[in-house]
Ligand binder design. Structure first.
Ligand code: FES
Length: 337
């Protein structure tokens, strides 16, 4: 059964939409031409926050940094996580004229699917219409529709640009999940895939000081795109250090590519931490913060973090407590699903 939602904006304009069973409020609004502000789509950034003024709703995932218990108790919601259980009215503190993104939907064909570790697969797509240029910033992401389903999942690009229409994504393989099941069981070269891009505010700002990159698991994807962009541009004048943390060494992905970047980019280096290594592991055991380079942070720097919420929080706490130079922090939290 569908529900009616009334969306009220700060300037008093009102939109009336229909929300299908199990449909997210964000998706229903977009389907009917109402652009609500959006970024992560995963309940962590709070870009899509609003207030449920009447009606019954269910929220899927809400990161504790996105909304507090007190805000939830007062009816605050995240449109990207909200399903309606009755008709409802929602207030968004933005002008109705706001247009969040200029994303487009593209169609592409799978050109490669490769399991690159126990925990990740590399999905490569070719844009069907290479002439329909897709411009994105390294660090941004696409929402990909899992073939033969109505499910969409967000993944960071793992290459710099759609050169010759080729796009790559490093995707975490969960024990069970719609995209993970597709990649493991059904994906094949020639499959047709739709995706929406570009999305996200995690991208390289003006590069004027050393770059500290911190990747957790498949958060590495965003940094592969950034490093790829430096290679394409002929290098980066600032030192770059990437700290890459995984749970098990079998989860390590794209190490050959990192080694190649180290050859191609003279100012680039990286360190790896494995939380639960085997007895054969010769490298560093621990969390990603254990392989930070304090000497790298003695001069002002910019820190870019991409990974699960726990890793982002641990890094922020580490940086707050350590005696490091002034720095800017940019991060992208994601929850695998
Ligand atoms: Fe909804 Fe980020 S877009 S929490």
């Amino acid at each position: 059964m569908t529900h009616a939602a009334t969306i009220v904006f700060r300037d008093g304009k009102t939109a009336h939409i229909e929300v299908r069973p199990n449909e997210l409020l964000m998706d229903a609004a977009r389907r009917q031409g109402v652009q609500l502000p959006v970024d992560c789509r995963e309940g962590v950034c709070a870009t899509c926050r609003g207030v449920c003024e009447s009606g019954k709703v269910e929220l899927e995932y809400v990161d504790e940094e996105a909304l507090t218990e007190a805000e939830l108790a007062k009816g605050h919601i995240l449109a990207c996580q909200t399903r309606l259980k009755s008709d409802g009215t929602f207030y968004f503190d933005i002008d109705s004229t706001i247009s969040s993104t200029s994303t487009k939907t593209y169609s592409a064909t799978v050109s490669k699917v490769e399991k690159v570790s126990e925990a990740a697969a590399l999905l490569e797509l070719q844009l069907d219409d290479a002439a329909k240029a897709l411009k994105f910033l390294p660090g941004q992401y696409a929402r990909i529709q899992v073939p033969d389903t109505d499910q969409w999942r967000a993944y960071s690009f793992a290459n710099a640009s759609a050169q010759a229409g080729t796009l790559r994504f490093l995707i975490r393989l969960l024990p069970s999940g719609v995209m993970s099941d597709y990649l493991r069981e059904r994906a094949k070269v020639g499959d047709k895939i739709q995706f929406e891009a570009p999305l996200g505010v995690f991208y390289l700002r003006k590069i004027e000081r050393p770059l500290m990159m911190v990747a957790g698991g498949t958060g590495l994807s965003a940094f592969l795109a950034m490093l790829d962009s430096f290679v394409q541009k002929g290098g980066c004048s600032q030192p770059i250090h990437l700290s890459y943390g995984v749970n098990y060494e079998a989860d390590l992905s794209e190490l050959a590519r990192l080694a190649e970047y180290k050859n191609q980019l003279p100012h680039f280096d990286y360190s790896i931490a494995v939380m639960h290594p085997s007895e054969q592991w010769q490298g560093q055991k621990g969390v990603v913060c254990d392989v930070f380079k304090p000497e790298f942070m003695k001069q002002p720097f910019d820190a870019y973090l991409c990974g699960p919420p726990g890793m982002i929080e641990a890094t922020k706490t580490w940086l707050e407590n350590a005696k490091v130079a002034e720095h800017q922090l940019f991060f992208e939290k994601f929850v695998s699903s």
